[in-house]
Design a protein around this ligand. Structure first.
Ligand code: ARG
Length: 584
């Protein structure tokens, strides 16, 4: 439908120029509509600019759009809307291309930074959302022609490694490490933090007694000093510490990879924070040389102001007073690298909502540096687990694998309930696809800026806006087509367009709009909503009109609509990273 929309927009603009002169020749907005096939409201906006009556402009559009061969009739409505009705013949022909997409991203590279978990910690629920949303964006951007670089910006550097090295040497349980290295590393880290807290409290008491002040002069806890020492050694390349650090990364990556395989998520590069180490000093120097950063009490910061940066942001710390670099320094280096290495025109970073300020500061710094890419932070609300969803060791930390195991276990029940005839092997495959699909769709289907509450009943429900509902709709279509083929009947040309069929065709033709919208606004739920509406419209069509029992021409035409719907559902789900099964 987008190709037609563009042609109509262009026709509208040409007619405007013809009637009102060049300054009037701007694009008009044409969109799908409930009251007609398409509608434009541009006459109202333009009328103000041209100081004309909106209905007068609308008449000009209506006449111009009517000349397009796809248009059956146009009418001016209300204060200046133009309703556009399409020829049935055009719709019938167009529908065979419903699943194809325009290649609007051709020639452009986009870097998507997502998942990005932290080494030596199990994947946090926030990284799960980032992984799932980022992967869907990657698939969508590729489908509309972008060259996509999927980059896992692993948290593999920072103060936690000093702590881990100390804890590892003091308290390692080798057998536990052998069995489940990441959970052993987490245990060590937690133990360290507890001891650090305890020592801090003791020091506080002691200092208060010694100096009678607020404890500000308190020395660092001894264990922390030890960790700082190990961190410095690591930074200086001490072979023993470097080896340990690499081991931490290896075991973590191994665990992450297992999860990625299960989720069918792949990256093109894994450039963790440590990758940028040798670029940090230079990056900070560049910022200083260009007068973008300045010294402040020994530290280096970027200051912003409302007039030039459009936002009154607090200063952005890029080097600490002790000379250490931090998360922000790495991220500035990352922007420059991505532009230099891939000539990226869009840089998209997916994290939870808590990092919004950080990325505002980062992107404002990037703009000052003249980074020629559009920099976009795709943030999402945190996911909460509904009461009793799953037992967690600690409030909001939950292993993704536990969640996926549980999803598959529950989906097996759903699979058996849907179709008791499935073999054990088939039922297991259905459970895998449905279980993983349900977890992913739950993340993708709500506007990402809202908080998501995860509940099994909702995620796995066969009705409502869920993955199993869509997968079931797909499987049902496949079963209709199988039955037809068993009877030697194949889909033919679309010849029939009763009102219900027309609605289905219109919906099918909205696929490209939904996908392109996701690639622009980076909101996957738009595609979910579209697919849900499509499945709903299909279900009405199938309940109201006979397909296999219709007489032969009509039957072939309706089978064609079934086939197209199946194709669009499958393609759409695949863009969300969700699979389908042929029967369930
Ligand atoms: N590792 C970070 C975290 O867990 C996310 C990194 C996101 N990407 C970036 N370029 N900062 O919070």
């Amino acid at each position: 439908m987008l190709v037609l929309i563009d042609e109509l927009a262009e026709l509208g603009a040409t007619s405007l120029r013809g009637t009102f002169g060049d300054e009037a020749g701007q694009r008009i907005g044409v969109a799908s509509s409930q009251v007609a096939d398409l509608q434009t409201a541009s006459a109202m906006q333009l009328a103000k600019k041209l100081k004309r009556n909106p209905r007068e402009l609308a008449e000009v559009f209506a006449a111009a759009l009517f000349t397009h061969p796809a248009v059956a009739r146009t009418e001016v409505a209300g204060p200046g809307f133009v309703n556009i009705h399409l020829h049935d013949a055009w719709l019938r022909d167009a529908v065979s291309q419903a699943a194809s997409l325009r290649q609007v991203g051709t020639g452009q590279t986009v870097v998507i930074d997502y998942s990005s978990p932290n080494v030596a910690k199990p994947m946090h629920i926030a990284h799960i959302r980032s992984t799932i949303i980022g992967d869907a964006l990657k698939r969508v951007m590729r489908a509309v022609g972008y060259t996509v670089v999927a980059d896992n910006h692993l948290g593999d550097w920072g103060t936690q490694f000093g702590k881990l090295i100390v804890a590892y040497r003091k308290w390692l349980d080798p057998q536990a490490f052998e069995e489940n290295p990441v959970s052993e590393l987490l245990r060590l880290y937690v133990k360290f933090v507890e001891l650090e807290k305890q020592q801090k409290a003791e020091l506080g008491k002691k200092n208060q007694a010694d100096e009678g002040d607020d404890g500000a002069a308190a020395d660092a806890p001894p264990i922390l000093k030890e960790a700082r020492g190990e961190l410095v050694k690591l930074q200086q390349g001490d072979p023993k510490n470097v080896a340990l650090w690499k081991q931490f990364i290896d075991v973590s990556m191994h665990e992450f990879d297992r999860v990625y395989r299960r989720l069918d998520v792949n990256f093109d590069v894994v450039l963790g924070e440590s990758f940028y180490n040798d670029q940090l000093a230079g990056t900070v120097q560049t910022l200083l040389d260009k007068g973008i950063a300045e010294e402040s009490e020994g530290a280096i910061v970027v200051r912003f102001d409302k007039a030039t940066d459009g936002d009154a942001l607090p200063p952005f710390l890029i080097r600490k007073a002790d000379g250490g670099f931090l998360y922000g320094s790495t991220d500035v280096a990352g922007l420059l690298y991505r532009v230099g290495r891939w000539n990226a025109s869009r840089i998209i970073i997916v994290t939870d909502e808590r990092q919004q300020l950080h990325f505002k500061q980062l992107f404002a710094t990037g703009r000052r540096l003249g980074v020629p890419a559009s920099m976009e932070h795709v943030w999402f609300g945190l996911m909460r687990l509904a009461e009793g969803t799953i037992s967690t060791r600690d409030g909001n930390l939950i292993g993704l694998e536990t969640l996926l195991d549980e999803a598959e276990r529950r989906s097996l029940e759903v699979a058996r309930q849907c179709n008791p005839d499935l073999t054990e092997e088939e039922a297991r495959e259905v459970a895998r696809v449905v279980g993983i699909g349900a977890v992913k769709y739950n993340d993708l289907s709500k506007d990402r800026t809202t908080m998501v509450t995860f509940s099994w009943d909702k995620a796995l429900s066969l009705t409502g806006n869920t993955a199993p509902y869509l997968q079931y709709a797909y499987a049902r279509i496949r079963s209709i087509l199988r039955k037809a083929s068993d009877q030697g009947i194949s889909p033919g040309k679309v010849t029939n367009l009763e009102p219900t069929e027309r609605i289905l065709v219109r919906k099918l033709l909205g696929f490209d709009e939904a996908v392109e919208e996701v690639s622009k606004a980076l909101r996957p739920h738009v595609l979910c909503e579209y697919l849900f509406e499509l499945a709903t419209v299909f279900s009405t069509f199938y309940n109201e009109l006979p397909v296999l029992k219709a007489e032969s021409d009509v039957r072939a035409s309706r089978l064609h609509l079934c086939e197209r719907t199946g194709e669009v559902l499958k393609h759409g789900l695949q863009l969300l990273g969700i699979g389908v099964v042929e029967r369930m």
